[in-house]
Design a protein around this ligand. Structure first.
Ligand SMILES: [Zn+2]
Ligand SMILES: [Zn+2]
Length: 257
């Protein structure tokens, strides 16, 4: 991932609140299009220039060729409040974050996230590296907002069940059961992604608990009831994979060594 400084210069009178609103609207649209990642973008104002730092999945992620109509409109919104187009300065490669996937057509891909991650929720099945969303056709309404919102909800549930102090049961249900609303949303997005990219797209089902190691090892696919155990664990996470249902899962974290 790459760290950029983005500068917005004022060319006519504007108020701080107007400028801030227009800039944040652009940051949201970039994020929903997969051109930047992360949740927090501190914005500073110095001598009529607003500046913030963003992380992009690829060095060229912020180029106009990737922008959505929403991004285009948000840039127009900057001009409407007296700001120039954003100026970008590459600060360097972010060594704290994962590198993006380099496959042009992965053999398979998986929708996967957790409470710590803000990178793309779509990963290459072979390398397990995040696939920049802006490289893919828009999943709905011109960008990837539905995927980002699914990821936010999944991460929030994961955070609740990790903390274990409130709403733990309901949160765990959402990320581990195939009758949950979160599952249905994500599973539909997987189908849509598979249709758009022609790459087999799997959904990850979280698994924890269970009675004993034996019953967990012989657990069948929750959708078709078939045998889905993998001979070897993939990326140290996936121990089950059903190619019919496009589902992957782990051996219950309670019994995983
Ligand atoms: Zn790959
Ligand atoms: Zn199945």
């Amino acid at each position: 991932m790459f760290l950029y400084e983005v500068r917005f210069e004022c060319y006519s009178d504007t108020t701080i609140s107007q400028a801030e609103k227009a800039i944040n609207a652009l940051l949201d649209c970039w994020r929903y299009n997969g051109q930047i990642i992360g949740r927090e973008f501190p914005l500073v104002l110095k001598e009529a220039v607003f500046a913030c730092r963003v992380v992009s999945p690829l060095q060229d992620s912020l180029l106009e060729k990737y922008q959505s109509n929403q991004v285009k409109r948000a840039k127009q919104g900057l001009h409407d409040v007296g700001l120039l187009s954003p100026k970008l300065k590459l600060l360097g490669r972010d060594i704290n974050s994962d590198d993006s996937d380099e496959c042009h057509t992965p053999k398979w891909q998986v929708l996967y996230t957790n409470y710590l991650q803000t990178c793309s929720p779509l990963r290459c099945g072979e390398h397990f590296t995040p696939i920049p969303l802006h490289r893919l056709p828009a999943v709905a309404n011109g960008d990837h907002k539905q995927l980002i919102k699914w990821q936010e909800d999944w991460s929030a549930c994961d955070q609740l069940q990790m903390n274990g102090s409130i709403l733990e049961h309901g949160a765990l249900n959402e990320i581990s059961q195939i009758n949950s609303r979160l599952f249905r949303r994500g599973y539909d997005l997987c189908k849509r992604l598979e249709y758009l990219t022609q790459v087999p797209t799997y959904y990850y089902l979280y698994r924890v608990g269970g009675d004993n190691l034996m019953s967990e090892q012989t657990r069948s696919c929750p959708s078709c009831g078939g045998d889905w155990r993998l001979e070897h664990s993939v990326h140290d996470i996936f121990d089950f994979k059903c190619d019919n249902c496009r589902l992957v899962s782990n051996l219950s974290w309670d019994f995983k060594s």
